[in-house]
Design a protein around this ligand. Structure first.
Ligand code: UFG
Length: 326
Protein backbone atom coordinates (compact mmCIF):
# COMPACT_ATOMS: atom_id res chain seq x y z
CA UNK A 1 0.00 0.00 0.00
CA UNK A 2 1.28 3.46 -0.91
CA UNK A 3 0.84 6.40 1.45
CA UNK A 4 1.56 10.07 0.81
CA UNK A 5 2.39 12.01 3.99
CA UNK A 6 1.97 15.73 3.35
CA UNK A 7 3.91 17.65 5.99
CA UNK A 8 5.92 14.53 6.74
CA UNK A 9 9.15 16.39 7.53
CA UNK A 10 7.55 18.12 10.51
CA UNK A 11 7.50 17.09 14.13
CA UNK A 12 4.28 15.06 14.10
CA UNK A 13 4.48 14.19 10.39
CA UNK A 14 7.88 12.52 10.74
CA UNK A 15 6.55 10.30 13.52
CA UNK A 16 3.56 9.41 11.32
CA UNK A 17 5.84 8.57 8.37
CA UNK A 18 8.02 6.47 10.71
CA UNK A 19 5.00 4.50 11.93
CA UNK A 20 3.75 3.72 8.41
CA UNK A 21 7.29 2.59 7.45
CA UNK A 22 7.52 0.41 10.56
CA UNK A 23 4.27 -1.27 9.55
CA UNK A 24 5.60 -2.06 6.09
CA UNK A 25 3.93 0.65 4.01
CA UNK A 26 5.49 2.30 0.99
CA UNK A 27 5.78 5.96 2.08
CA UNK A 28 6.34 9.19 0.18
CA UNK A 29 6.81 12.42 2.13
CA UNK A 30 5.72 15.69 0.54
CA UNK A 31 6.91 18.84 2.31
CA UNK A 32 8.02 22.39 1.51
CA UNK A 33 10.46 22.32 4.44
CA UNK A 34 9.13 25.65 5.74
CA UNK A 35 8.93 24.35 9.28
CA UNK A 36 9.88 20.72 8.71
CA UNK A 37 13.49 19.68 8.25
CA UNK A 38 15.49 17.25 6.11
CA UNK A 39 16.80 15.80 9.35
CA UNK A 40 13.33 14.30 9.88
CA UNK A 41 13.36 12.39 6.58
CA UNK A 42 14.07 8.66 6.38
CA UNK A 43 16.13 6.80 3.81
CA UNK A 44 13.35 4.26 3.27
CA UNK A 45 10.80 6.93 2.32
CA UNK A 46 10.72 8.81 -0.97
CA UNK A 47 10.79 12.59 -0.69
CA UNK A 48 8.99 15.08 -2.92
CA UNK A 49 9.61 18.75 -2.39
CA UNK A 50 6.24 20.35 -2.89
CA UNK A 51 3.93 23.06 -1.71
CA UNK A 52 0.22 22.74 -0.96
CA UNK A 53 -0.29 26.25 -2.35
CA UNK A 54 0.76 25.00 -5.81
CA UNK A 55 -2.27 23.02 -7.03
CA UNK A 56 -0.75 21.94 -10.36
CA UNK A 57 2.38 20.63 -8.71
CA UNK A 58 0.25 18.83 -6.10
CA UNK A 59 -1.85 17.22 -8.79
CA UNK A 60 1.22 15.96 -10.62
CA UNK A 61 2.70 14.43 -7.49
CA UNK A 62 -0.60 12.87 -6.41
CA UNK A 63 -1.29 11.48 -9.87
CA UNK A 64 1.47 8.97 -9.10
CA UNK A 65 -1.22 6.88 -7.41
CA UNK A 66 -1.64 6.44 -3.67
CA UNK A 67 -4.00 4.40 -1.50
CA UNK A 68 -4.18 7.14 1.06
CA UNK A 69 -2.97 10.57 1.95
CA UNK A 70 -2.15 11.90 5.42
CA UNK A 71 -2.44 15.68 5.62
CA UNK A 72 -0.47 17.42 8.35
CA UNK A 73 0.73 20.51 6.49
CA UNK A 74 -0.60 23.56 8.34
CA UNK A 75 0.18 26.62 10.38
CA UNK A 76 -0.46 25.75 14.01
CA UNK A 77 0.19 28.62 16.38
CA UNK A 78 -3.20 29.41 17.89
CA UNK A 79 -2.11 32.83 19.20
CA UNK A 80 -0.63 33.89 15.86
CA UNK A 81 -3.83 32.84 14.06
CA UNK A 82 -5.68 35.63 15.89
CA UNK A 83 -3.27 38.21 14.52
CA UNK A 84 -2.78 36.80 11.01
CA UNK A 85 -6.06 35.08 10.12
CA UNK A 86 -5.43 35.64 6.41
CA UNK A 87 -2.30 33.47 6.52
CA UNK A 88 -4.20 30.72 8.33
CA UNK A 89 -7.15 30.93 5.94
CA UNK A 90 -4.81 30.64 2.98
CA UNK A 91 -2.57 27.87 4.20
CA UNK A 92 -4.97 25.80 6.27
CA UNK A 93 -8.24 26.21 4.38
CA UNK A 94 -7.21 27.01 0.79
CA UNK A 95 -4.22 24.64 1.05
CA UNK A 96 -6.49 21.80 2.14
CA UNK A 97 -8.95 22.48 -0.67
CA UNK A 98 -6.00 22.11 -3.07
CA UNK A 99 -5.16 18.76 -1.48
CA UNK A 100 -8.75 17.48 -1.50
CA UNK A 101 -9.25 18.48 -5.13
CA UNK A 102 -5.96 16.92 -6.18
CA UNK A 103 -6.92 13.73 -4.31
CA UNK A 104 -10.22 13.60 -6.17
CA UNK A 105 -8.64 14.12 -9.55
CA UNK A 106 -5.94 11.53 -8.79
CA UNK A 107 -8.52 9.07 -7.47
CA UNK A 108 -6.95 8.82 -4.00
CA UNK A 109 -9.78 7.29 -1.95
CA UNK A 110 -8.71 7.94 1.67
CA UNK A 111 -7.65 11.04 3.58
CA UNK A 112 -6.29 11.16 7.14
CA UNK A 113 -6.53 14.67 8.48
CA UNK A 114 -4.62 16.15 11.36
CA UNK A 115 -7.25 18.01 13.36
CA UNK A 116 -7.13 19.49 16.84
CA UNK A 117 -8.83 19.74 20.21
CA UNK A 118 -8.94 23.45 19.39
CA UNK A 119 -12.15 22.82 17.40
CA UNK A 120 -14.06 22.44 20.70
CA UNK A 121 -13.17 25.75 22.36
CA UNK A 122 -13.65 26.07 26.11
CA UNK A 123 -14.95 22.79 27.49
CA UNK A 124 -18.55 22.63 28.67
CA UNK A 125 -17.78 19.33 30.37
CA UNK A 126 -14.83 17.00 30.85
CA UNK A 127 -13.48 14.75 29.52
CA UNK A 128 -14.15 16.07 26.00
CA UNK A 129 -15.73 13.41 23.81
CA UNK A 130 -16.65 13.58 20.11
CA UNK A 131 -20.19 14.77 20.88
CA UNK A 132 -18.96 17.90 22.63
CA UNK A 133 -20.12 21.16 21.04
CA UNK A 134 -17.67 22.69 18.60
CA UNK A 135 -17.04 26.37 19.23
CA UNK A 136 -13.42 27.18 18.46
CA UNK A 137 -12.09 30.19 20.35
CA UNK A 138 -9.20 30.86 18.06
CA UNK A 139 -8.96 31.15 14.29
CA UNK A 140 -6.63 28.16 14.09
CA UNK A 141 -9.35 25.94 15.61
CA UNK A 142 -11.87 27.45 13.21
CA UNK A 143 -9.72 26.45 10.19
CA UNK A 144 -9.53 22.86 11.45
CA UNK A 145 -13.29 22.70 12.01
CA UNK A 146 -14.03 24.15 8.57
CA UNK A 147 -11.88 21.48 6.96
CA UNK A 148 -13.62 18.73 8.92
CA UNK A 149 -16.94 20.04 7.63
CA UNK A 150 -15.62 20.31 4.10
CA UNK A 151 -14.50 16.69 4.21
CA UNK A 152 -17.99 15.62 5.31
CA UNK A 153 -19.33 17.15 2.11
CA UNK A 154 -16.60 15.66 -0.09
CA UNK A 155 -17.45 12.27 1.39
CA UNK A 156 -21.17 12.77 0.80
CA UNK A 157 -20.81 14.13 -2.72
CA UNK A 158 -17.71 12.37 -4.01
CA UNK A 159 -17.19 9.39 -1.73
CA UNK A 160 -13.78 10.58 -0.47
CA UNK A 161 -13.37 8.79 2.88
CA UNK A 162 -11.69 10.66 5.71
CA UNK A 163 -10.48 10.21 9.25
CA UNK A 164 -10.22 13.38 11.33
CA UNK A 165 -7.82 12.87 14.16
CA UNK A 166 -8.13 15.53 16.83
CA UNK A 167 -4.92 15.78 18.77
CA UNK A 168 -4.85 17.05 22.30
CA UNK A 169 -1.35 18.14 23.38
CA UNK A 170 1.16 16.28 21.22
CA UNK A 171 4.49 15.73 22.98
CA UNK A 172 7.45 13.32 23.22
CA UNK A 173 9.84 11.88 20.61
CA UNK A 174 10.38 8.46 19.08
CA UNK A 175 11.69 6.35 21.98
CA UNK A 176 14.24 4.68 19.70
CA UNK A 177 15.83 8.06 18.96
CA UNK A 178 15.23 7.84 15.21
CA UNK A 179 13.85 11.39 14.98
CA UNK A 180 16.13 14.20 16.08
CA UNK A 181 14.84 17.35 14.39
CA UNK A 182 13.91 20.21 16.70
CA UNK A 183 11.15 22.70 16.17
CA UNK A 184 12.44 26.20 15.64
CA UNK A 185 10.99 28.82 17.98
CA UNK A 186 8.70 26.41 19.80
CA UNK A 187 5.63 27.77 21.55
CA UNK A 188 4.48 24.61 23.29
CA UNK A 189 5.19 23.85 26.90
CA UNK A 190 7.44 20.78 26.76
CA UNK A 191 9.92 22.07 24.14
CA UNK A 192 10.18 25.31 26.11
CA UNK A 193 10.83 23.37 29.32
CA UNK A 194 13.49 21.36 27.46
CA UNK A 195 15.21 24.41 25.96
CA UNK A 196 15.36 25.86 29.46
CA UNK A 197 16.78 22.60 30.85
CA UNK A 198 19.37 22.54 28.06
CA UNK A 199 20.42 26.13 28.89
CA UNK A 200 19.30 27.56 25.54
CA UNK A 201 16.91 29.78 27.46
CA UNK A 202 17.75 31.35 30.76
CA UNK A 203 14.30 30.79 32.14
CA UNK A 204 10.69 30.29 31.26
CA UNK A 205 7.28 31.61 32.21
CA UNK A 206 4.35 29.83 33.78
CA UNK A 207 1.29 31.48 32.29
CA UNK A 208 -0.91 32.01 35.35
CA UNK A 209 -1.21 30.17 38.66
CA UNK A 210 -4.65 31.38 39.66
CA UNK A 211 -6.74 28.85 37.71
CA UNK A 212 -9.26 26.66 39.58
CA UNK A 213 -6.98 23.58 39.39
CA UNK A 214 -5.05 21.59 42.01
CA UNK A 215 -1.98 23.88 41.92
CA UNK A 216 -3.48 26.88 40.12
CA UNK A 217 -1.79 26.15 36.75
CA UNK A 218 -3.52 24.89 33.61
CA UNK A 219 -4.25 21.21 33.09
CA UNK A 220 -3.61 19.65 29.69
CA UNK A 221 -3.77 16.16 28.22
CA UNK A 222 -0.32 15.33 26.81
CA UNK A 223 -0.23 12.48 24.35
CA UNK A 224 2.89 10.93 22.85
CA UNK A 225 3.43 11.59 19.11
CA UNK A 226 4.20 7.91 18.49
CA UNK A 227 0.82 7.03 20.03
CA UNK A 228 -0.81 9.62 17.77
CA UNK A 229 1.11 8.21 14.81
CA UNK A 230 -0.10 4.67 15.51
CA UNK A 231 -3.69 5.90 15.35
CA UNK A 232 -3.08 7.29 11.83
CA UNK A 233 -2.15 3.84 10.58
CA UNK A 234 -5.11 2.10 12.21
CA UNK A 235 -7.45 4.88 11.04
CA UNK A 236 -6.22 4.30 7.48
CA UNK A 237 -6.80 0.56 7.86
CA UNK A 238 -10.27 1.31 9.22
CA UNK A 239 -11.14 3.41 6.16
CA UNK A 240 -9.89 0.73 3.80
CA UNK A 241 -11.76 -2.05 5.56
CA UNK A 242 -15.03 -0.34 6.57
CA UNK A 243 -15.25 2.30 3.84
CA UNK A 244 -16.71 4.61 6.45
CA UNK A 245 -15.37 8.02 7.54
CA UNK A 246 -14.69 8.82 11.17
CA UNK A 247 -13.58 11.52 13.61
CA UNK A 248 -11.83 10.70 16.88
CA UNK A 249 -10.36 12.60 19.82
CA UNK A 250 -6.90 11.45 20.80
CA UNK A 251 -5.49 12.11 24.24
CA UNK A 252 -4.07 10.13 27.12
CA UNK A 253 -7.22 10.90 29.19
CA UNK A 254 -4.95 12.14 31.98
CA UNK A 255 -4.54 15.76 33.05
CA UNK A 256 -1.14 17.21 33.96
CA UNK A 257 -0.60 20.74 35.32
CA UNK A 258 2.09 23.09 34.03
CA UNK A 259 3.87 22.96 37.40
CA UNK A 260 3.75 19.15 37.47
CA UNK A 261 5.36 19.04 34.03
CA UNK A 262 8.14 21.43 35.04
CA UNK A 263 8.77 19.70 38.37
CA UNK A 264 9.00 16.22 36.85
CA UNK A 265 11.26 17.59 34.10
CA UNK A 266 13.60 18.97 36.79
CA UNK A 267 13.81 15.52 38.35
CA UNK A 268 14.33 13.63 35.08
CA UNK A 269 16.81 16.05 33.49
CA UNK A 270 18.52 16.91 36.79
CA UNK A 271 18.60 20.51 35.60
CA UNK A 272 17.42 23.63 37.30
CA UNK A 273 14.72 24.90 34.88
CA UNK A 274 14.07 28.38 36.32
CA UNK A 275 10.39 29.23 35.91
CA UNK A 276 8.60 32.37 37.01
CA UNK A 277 4.86 32.80 37.21
CA UNK A 278 3.58 35.52 34.91
CA UNK A 279 0.09 36.59 33.87
CA UNK A 280 -2.40 34.31 32.14
CA UNK A 281 -2.00 33.80 28.40
CA UNK A 282 -5.19 34.97 26.66
CA UNK A 283 -7.40 32.14 25.42
CA UNK A 284 -6.05 29.40 27.72
CA UNK A 285 -8.85 27.29 29.21
CA UNK A 286 -8.14 26.02 32.75
CA UNK A 287 -8.44 22.38 31.85
CA UNK A 288 -8.54 20.23 28.70
CA UNK A 289 -8.73 16.46 28.95
CA UNK A 290 -9.85 14.07 26.22
CA UNK A 291 -12.13 11.11 26.23
CA UNK A 292 -10.59 8.68 23.75
CA UNK A 293 -13.16 5.93 24.28
CA UNK A 294 -14.19 6.06 20.64
CA UNK A 295 -10.60 5.61 19.37
CA UNK A 296 -10.04 2.82 21.88
CA UNK A 297 -13.15 1.07 20.65
CA UNK A 298 -13.10 1.62 16.88
CA UNK A 299 -9.34 1.68 16.32
CA UNK A 300 -8.37 -0.52 19.28
CA UNK A 301 -6.08 2.35 20.18
CA UNK A 302 -4.06 2.03 23.34
CA UNK A 303 -1.50 4.68 24.29
CA UNK A 304 1.88 3.05 24.99
CA UNK A 305 4.19 6.00 25.57
CA UNK A 306 1.93 8.74 26.94
CA UNK A 307 2.91 8.48 30.61
CA UNK A 308 4.58 11.67 31.88
CA UNK A 309 8.04 10.13 32.37
CA UNK A 310 8.26 8.71 28.85
CA UNK A 311 7.01 11.99 27.37
CA UNK A 312 9.68 13.97 29.19
CA UNK A 313 12.52 11.48 28.93
CA UNK A 314 12.11 10.79 25.19
CA UNK A 315 12.08 14.55 24.53
CA UNK A 316 15.03 15.22 26.81
CA UNK A 317 17.18 12.64 25.00
CA UNK A 318 16.71 14.61 21.77
CA UNK A 319 17.34 18.03 23.33
CA UNK A 320 20.29 16.75 25.31
CA UNK A 321 21.98 15.38 22.25
CA UNK A 322 21.17 18.39 20.04
CA UNK A 323 22.61 20.81 22.60
CA UNK A 324 25.39 18.50 23.82
CA UNK A 325 24.32 18.56 27.47
CA UNK A 326 26.47 16.16 29.44
N1 UFG B 1 2.59 27.29 29.00
C1 UFG B 1 3.34 27.99 29.93
N2 UFG B 1 4.53 28.53 29.55
C2 UFG B 1 5.00 28.42 28.27
C3 UFG B 1 4.23 27.70 27.30
C4 UFG B 1 3.03 27.15 27.71
O1 UFG B 1 2.93 28.12 31.08
O2 UFG B 1 6.07 28.97 27.98
C5 UFG B 1 1.32 26.69 29.41
C6 UFG B 1 0.13 27.22 28.62
O3 UFG B 1 -0.34 28.41 29.19
C7 UFG B 1 -0.85 26.06 28.74
C8 UFG B 1 0.07 24.83 28.76
O4 UFG B 1 1.36 25.31 29.10
O5 UFG B 1 -1.51 26.14 29.95
C9 UFG B 1 0.15 24.14 27.42
O6 UFG B 1 0.42 25.10 26.44
P1 UFG B 1 0.81 24.76 24.94
O7 UFG B 1 1.06 26.06 24.24
O8 UFG B 1 1.90 23.75 24.93
O9 UFG B 1 -0.46 24.03 24.38
P2 UFG B 1 -1.97 24.50 24.26
O10 UFG B 1 -2.77 23.67 25.21
O11 UFG B 1 -2.12 25.95 24.37
O12 UFG B 1 -2.29 24.15 22.75
C10 UFG B 1 -1.98 22.89 22.16
C11 UFG B 1 -1.57 23.10 20.72
C12 UFG B 1 -2.71 23.67 19.95
C13 UFG B 1 -3.92 22.79 20.10
C14 UFG B 1 -4.23 22.56 21.55
C15 UFG B 1 -5.32 21.57 21.68
O13 UFG B 1 -0.45 23.94 20.64
O14 UFG B 1 -2.37 23.74 18.58
O15 UFG B 1 -3.08 22.07 22.23
O16 UFG B 1 -5.48 21.14 22.98
F1 UFG B 1 -4.97 23.36 19.52
Amino acid sequence: MRILVIGGAGYIGSHVAREFLDRGYNVTVLDNLSSGTRRNLFEEAAFQYGDIMQPLQLREIMADGYDGCVHLAALKAAGESMIKPEAYARMNIAGTINILNAALSAGIPNMIFSSSAAIFGSPRYLPIDEEHSKNPENFYGFTKLEIERMMEWYDRLKGLKYASIRYFNAAGYDVQGRIQGLEMKPENLLPIVMETAAGVREGMKVFGDDYPTRDGTCIRDYVHVSDLAAAHVTAFEYLVEKKESLAVNLGSETGVTVQEMIQRAREITRQNIPAVVSGRRPGDPAELVASSKKARKLLEWQPRYSDLDTLIDSTWQVYRSNFSVT
